[in-house]
Every structure is written in structure tokens, then in C-alpha cells.
Design a protein around this ligand. Structure first.
Ligand code: PBG
Length: 322
């Protein structure tokens, strides 16, 4: 009888490399970046060591470094100097996001894919992802009109992929119609389709200065208890015209990622969010975990579960290490 010896293929690093089922590749990594209006030096995010709120200049430099390292894409978040109820800065042609886009598209051309987060929470004084009703609920349909206008402003300024993250019903359809109507039929939509109301976004709210001033996002983001609901969200987004779909967060939702991957035939993105970053950095800073190995393992696991592309704050560093 043959004796099964799976360890034969694990004997050396060369053998393990030869038979690895999952590999990381710089081209499938996407770097989320923050640009803040009205600052003259980059500010490190206290809960995300190594991640900065950039000035327009430091953003250009960091974006260039990412492109040099072979990173596949950037996703930009803007932090305006002035916030108001309707998030007016979000679709202002001279708003911080649009200015950053014009700079980066002239610097980088097609060297890296320039994507934009499309939402209102960074721009509203109340910190919610949409417009509010008088009683303080997020008002779905009027919010869609704001998203449509933001999509057009971003596309005109040079966004090559818009990524709506607000979890309003019908947002992909509204954005697709607006882009098409403005002559931007070629700009794809990466939908944050399965986005959970997650505690792992905590550090991001420091980075993007967008913590809700009251309540939480549970009435529009998904309940962590639900996986099948994600499949419904993904199907709806595809019917509405999404070109790529995303699962977010990544690490705690690998089962969802796998189910989405098995359901669709478009590229699937996963967002390794701020809290996932912060946990590994914090444990590593105390010497409790091997930082590089933990980063690598977390990303390989996200790919193994089904992600075709991964948004990660470590994109440049990891791309350089591959
Ligand atoms: C909303 C948005 C959020 C993140 C990306 N887009 C915050 C939220 O939904 O509260 C979180 C990303 C992260 O935690 O890294 N514009």
C-alpha cells in the first residue's frame, strides 16, 4: 500500500514555492490614500502608524512610489477643509479630491489605476454617508442625486474607476446613468457591494475624520450576522451595472468572499480595512507578532478565499517585497 507523505512537498523553500496554490502579485494590490485640504505637512494617523493624511505634494510623491513598486491601483479619499450638511465639497470641481485627481492623472497617466471612493461621509458635517431627513435618518433617494453628481465630478477630474461605498439602494444604477449621460461610458464602477457595519473601520474614521456625529451606520451597512444578504447585494449591483464588486472588511469575512467569488464572473475585490491594519501593527509594535509574516499571511488568506484584487494600506511595502 502506498504510504501518503504530504510532507515530501514541504521539505524545502524551493519545493514549497513551486507548489504554492496562491501567490501575491503587486498588480492586484490597491493602495487607499488620504489627501487633506489645508495642511502643509503630512500628518500620520495616530491609530494607523505608517499611514498619512497627505498634502497634495506628499500625495504625489507617495502615489509615484506606489506606481514604481508596481502597485496596481490607488483609491483616493478626500478630506475637505469645510464640511456641511450636504457635503458640498464632494462634487466641487475645486474640491480637494478633484484637485488631487488632476495632479495624479497628469503625473501618472496610465502607470497605475486611479480610483476614487465615492461617498459623502468625509464631506458632511454630521459624518453620515448621505443626506438626512428632518428626523435624522439617512435619506436614500436624494442621496443618490448627490452621488450621481460626485461621480461626474470625479470622472471629469480624472478618476479611472469610481467606487461607491455608501450602501444606498440603487446607487450603482444612479451613478451609471449619470456617468453615461455625461459622456463617461468608459469609467467603470467598483461597487462596495457587501459592506458590513464593522467595528474594524474605527481607525479609518480618524484618518478620514468622518465618525458619525450621532448614531451609527447600521441602518445602511450590513449586519455582520448575514452572509446570504451579501449575495443579494452583489446580484443587485451587477444588475445595476457594477463592473467589479467588493467585500469589506476582508479578514473577518472570508466566507462571504468565497461565496461571492463562486457566484459572479466579474473581478472580486476585498478591502483589508483600517482595523485589520491597526491590529497587526499594534501587536507587532509590542513584539507580540512577527509583522511581515502576519501581513503576508493575512493577504494570502484573502486571495485564497477568492479575492482577485486586494485593497490594503500595506500595498507599496508588500509590492516591494515580492
Ligand atoms: C466610507 C468608507 C469607510 C471606509 C471606506 N469607505 C468608512 C465607513 O464606512 O465608516 C472604511 C475603510 C477602512 O476602515 O479602512 N466612505
Amino acid at each position: 500500500m502506498m504510504i501518503e507523505r504530504p510532507r515530501r512537498l514541504r521539505r524545502s523553500a524551493a519545493l514549497r514555492r513551486l507548489v504554492a496554490e496562491t501567490r501575491l502579485n503587486p498588480a492586484e494590490l490597491v493602495l487607499p490614500m488620504f489627501v487633506k485640504e489645508g495642511i502643509d505637512t503630512p500628518a500620520e494617523v495616530s491609530s494607523m502608524p505608517g499611514v498619512y493624511q497627505h498634502t497634495l505634494d506628499s500625495l504625489r510623491k507617495a502615489a509615484h512610489e506606489a506606481a514604481e513598486a508596481g502597485v496596481g491601483g490607488l483609491v483616493l479619499f478626500g478630506i475637505p477643509a469645510e464640511k456641511d450638511e450636504r457635503g458640498s465639497a464632494a462634487d466641487d470641481p475645486n474640491g480637494i479630491m478633484q484637485r488631487a485627481l488632476r495632479d495624479l492623472s497628469s503625473d501618472l497617466g496610465d502607470a497605475i489605476v486611479l480610483m476614487t471612493d465615492l461617498c459623502l461621509d468625509e464631506y458632511t458635517s454630521h459624518g453620515h454617508c448621505g443626506l438626512l431627513t428632518p428626523s435624522g435618518e439617512v435619506d436614500n433617494d436624494p442621496t443618490l442625486e448627490r452621488y450621481a453628481s460626485i461621480a461626474v465630478a470625479q470622472a471629469e477630474a480624472g478618476s479611472q474607476v469610481v467606487a461607491p461605498s455608501g450602501m444606498m439602494d440603487g446607487q450603482v444604477r444612479a451613478i451609471r446613468a449619470a456617468l453615461d449621460g455625461a459622456g463617461h461610458q468608459d469609467v467603470p464602477i467598483m461597487a462596495y457591494s457587501a459592506k458590513y457595519a464593522s467595528a474594524f473601520y474605527g481607525p479609518f474614521r480618524d484618518a478620514a475624520e468622518c465618525a458619525p456625529q450621532f448614531g451609527d451606520r447600521a441602518a445602511y451597512q450590513q449586519d455582520p450576522a448575514n452572509a446570504r444578504e451579501s449575495l443579494r447585494e452583489v446580484r443587485l449591483d451587477l444588475e445595476e451595472g457594477a463592473d467589479l464588486v467588493m467585500v469589506k472588511p476582508a479578514g473577518a469575512y472570508l466566507d462571504v468572499l468565497r461565496q461571492v467569488k463562486d457566484l459572479v464572473d466579474v473581478p472580486v475585490a476585498a478591502y483589508q480595512v483600517s482595523g485589520e491594519y491597526a491590529m497587526i501593527e499594534a501587536a507587532a509594535a509590542r513584539g507580540w507578532i512577527d509583522r511581515e509574516r502576519a501581513i503576508h499571511e493575512s493577504l494570502v488568506s484573502i486571495k485564497r478565499a477568492g479575492a482577485d484584487l486586494v485593497l490594503t494600506y500595506w500595498a507599496t511595502e508588500v509590492a516591494r517585497s515580492l
